[in-house]
Write a protein that binds this ligand. Structure first.
Ligand code: PXP
Length: 239
């Protein structure tokens, strides 16, 4: 049965929009954990547009479910990860001008810096996942690099404007999951998933965990964090 890791970045987005001290991402992470979330995710961006360093430390020191740190491959982030010691680091690409993470990490070119970060973190006992587009060649590269896990980017599937596009994108996800499974990688999935798109994953038992943020926080604004997490958990446990 797949798990649910709840990304609380956008609780911080709401706070940063006004430059105030509320709402508190830690409070959302605690409520999500009490509602049954298997993990808590934050993306500490280089531009600190939502999650701040203090959020990472507070959540790490309080929440007892799996703590997952999303980060770019930079010396600064590597040092923070080594200090905070998340249960999993997910490496993501980062561009300053993007609205959100736009694609998976591209492993087709020079991967020296990715390789070094994966080795450094994993040698220190922190497993590493690579956020990756659903392309078999990229998944094979992630395996060659030695990553413990991959997180399959579900954004193209979720954002496809019509059913034909959705089906085609989902076939790519299915094939990539098969490749990753055969290689023995732990398989997570995320980006753009909502209460409808998650249902497409029924029967895809190879998925270890879904990483979901925006749709849960959006629903939480209307019905509360506890119910928003429980609604998503129910769907995932039925898959
Ligand atoms: N997984 C990764 C690697 C991400 O970068 C994000 C967005 O921060 C998510 C999952 C969650 O995406 P969403 O907020 O659209 O659910």
């Amino acid at each position: 049965m797949a798990g649910l890791a709840v990304n609380v970045d956008h609780i911080a987005t709401l706070r940063q929009a006004r430059g105030v001290t509320y709402p508190e991402p830690l409070a959302a992470a605690v409520i999500a954990e009490l509602a049954g979330a298997d993990g808590t995710v934050v993306h500490l961006r280089e531009d600190r547009r939502h999650i701040q360093d203090s959020d990472v430390r507070k959540i790490r020191n309080t929440v007892k479910n799996r703590f997952i740190l999303e980060m770019a491959v930079t010396p600064e982030m590597e040092a923070i990860a080594l200090e905070v010691r998340p249960d999993l680091v997910t490496l993501v690409p980062e561009k300053r001008e993007e609205v959100t993470t736009e694609g998976g990490l591209d492993l087709s070119g020079n991967v020296d810096s990715v390789l070094k970060t994966v080795q450094t973190l994993q040698d220190s006992g922190i497993p590493v996942s690579i956020f990756i587009d659903p392309e078999p060649d990229q998944i094979r590269r992630a395996h060659e690099i030695g990553a413990t896990a991959v997180e399959i980017h579900t954004g193209a599937f979720c954002d496809a404007p019509d059913i034909t596009g959705k089906k085609a994108a989902f076939v790519r996800i299915r094939k990539s999951v098969d490749v990753a499974y055969d290689l023995g990688l732990i398989i997570n999935a995320g980006h753009g998933l909502c209460y409808n798109t998650v249902k497409w994953f029924a029967g895809m038992n190879e998925i270890n965990e879904f990483s979901i943020g925006h749709s849960i926080v959006s629903r939480a604004a209307l019905v509360g964090m506890d119910r928003a997490v429980r609604d998503m958990l129910r769907l995932i446990k039925e898959l």
